[in-house]
Design a protein. Structure first.
Length: 137
């Protein structure tokens, strides 16, 4: 699992930001069926959130059939999660889904082309961008 970024200045509740980030990672191929998610307390500690906040995100994902939790085995991405993640994200109006700033697109085009030339796929590129954003906060 790649980095999750929770913006405490964002009016979207933190549990929903965590849920959406996981959905995005599933849709983008960064998380695949069978992949294990971090333990609730571990992820909560990494993000500086209460364990109940992460537990709520996991619970909603489990109720939607996107992840499954088994005692002793942890929480894993469920089979068929990609389609449900796409469906749920398609129903949301996420700020990131808006029109991209043309200046920013121009600025990022060359590095992205270089990453692809070196064999990186979209999932790897997205993971790297998320890591940079999380590190720069």
């Amino acid at each position: 699992m790649t980095h999750i970024v929770v913006d405490m200045d964002n009016p979207t509740p933190p549990y929903e930001q965590v849920r959406r980030e996981i959905l995005e990672q599933i849709r983008g191929g960064e998380l695949r069926p069978g992949d294990r998610l971090p333990a609730i307390r571990v992820l909560a500690g990494d993000l500086g959130l209460a364990a109940g906040t992460v537990a709520r995100a996991y619970k909603e994902l489990e109720e939607a059939g996107i992840v499954s939790t088994r005692r002793g085995a942890g929480t894993t991405v469920a089979a068929g999660a990609e389609n449900e993640a796409r469906r749920q994200l398609g129903a949301l109006r996420l700020p990131a889904a808006g029109a991209a700033d043309p200046t920013l697109v121009e600025l990022l085009t060359a590095p992205l082309e270089e990453a692809r030339a070196r064999g990186a796929d979209d999932a790897a590129i997205l993971a790297a961008v998320r890591a940079v954003l999380a590190h720069r906060r």
